[in-house]
Ligand binder design. Structure first.
Ligand code: NAP
Length: 253
């Protein structure tokens, strides 16, 4: 994939999991990467991986659901790395429960981190993208967008991010900005480890059970998702916008 000049990418929730793999991948392709997560110190491992491989990275502590923190973080990234023109909305949390047990706070937390967080980050970065006449916004949806028992809040935000993506694609296309979504299936991260724990299964056993239901007969790795994100973030993907790519080892119904 060609990148004509050094772009600055911001990856939210990049201290671990899919975000960390994505930050490493985008940096390996020559971008300067802002590794953004709730706790700046927690970003150190990802930053170290990037810099040890010869890349450029900046750890940024920021709660994506807080507008003042987002504005300050994006200003800092612009000042220290350059104008952020690639944004990966990856930060996420789970607060799974069946409807009758789901608290208002479970609902609000998931809405705020995934949907409001993606909105605030996109709003803060878009002015830099418009000025640069180039931008790539990639947001993490999920196979749960199609509906998943025990995930009313999460399925709603992941479906919401698909509408968010298509709308951004329509609004921002004329400025050279594309917006796309990657919707992973089962990926081995702390998030799915927590799900295994919640349902009382060992993580290994959970992965084996899940792999059996996936056409390619294996579970996904963070790098599988990073590969798809890297395509949407590339200069070469300029005519692909408003799309949702499922990265799930097979088609979903
Ligand atoms: P993960 O391992 O739990 O990592 C999520 C990261 O987001 C954590 O570092 C977390 O920080 C950070 N974060 C949480 N709230 C934040 C906030 N308010 N501001 C900034 N950062 C915040 O998750 P993952 O499995 O890599 O998932 C990444 C994305 O892919 C999520 O959007 C998830 O919904 C989506 N996804 C994952 C799967 C899967 O199977 N794993 C499948 C489909 C979609 P803390 O550690 O401090 O909480």
């Amino acid at each position: 994939m060609s990148t004509t000049e050094q772009r600055v990418a911001v990856v939210t929730g990049a201290a671990r999991g899919i975000g960390a793999a994505t930050a490493v991948r985008l940096a390996a392709e020559g971008r300067a990467v802002a590794v953004l997560d709730l706790d700046e110190a927690a970003c150190a491992d990802t930053v170290k991986k990037i810099t040890e491989a010869g890349g450029t990275a900046l750890a940024v502590g920021c709660d994506v659901s807080d507008s003042a923190q987002v504005e300050a973080a994006v200003e800092r990234i612009a000042a220290e790395l350059g104008a952020p023109t690639v944004l990966v909305n990856n930060a996420g949390v789970l607060r799974d429960n069946l409807l009758f047990k789901m608290s208002e706070s479970d609902w609000d937390t998931v809405m705020n981190v995934h949907l409001k967080g993606a909105f605030l980050m996109a709003r803060a970065c878009q002015k830099h993208m418009v000025d640069a006449k180039f931008g790539r916004i990639v947001s993490l949806s999920s196979s749960s967008a199609l509906g998943n028992r025990g995930q009313l809040n999460y399925a709603s935000v992941k479906a919401g991010l698909q509408g968010f993506t298509k709308t951004l694609a329509k609004e921002l296309g004329k400025f050279g900005i594309t917006a796309n979504a990657v919707a992973p299936g089962f990926i081995v991260t702390d998030m799915t480890a927590a799900t295994a724990e919640r349902i009382g299964m060992g993580f290994e056993e959970f992965q084996t059970a899940m792999a059996g239901q996936i056409p390619v007969q294996r579970v996904g790795l963070p790098e599988d998702v990073a590969n798809a994100i890297a395509f949407f973030a590339s200069d070469d993907a300029g005519f692909v916008s408003g799309q949702v790519m499922y990265v799930a080892g097979g088609p979903l119904n």
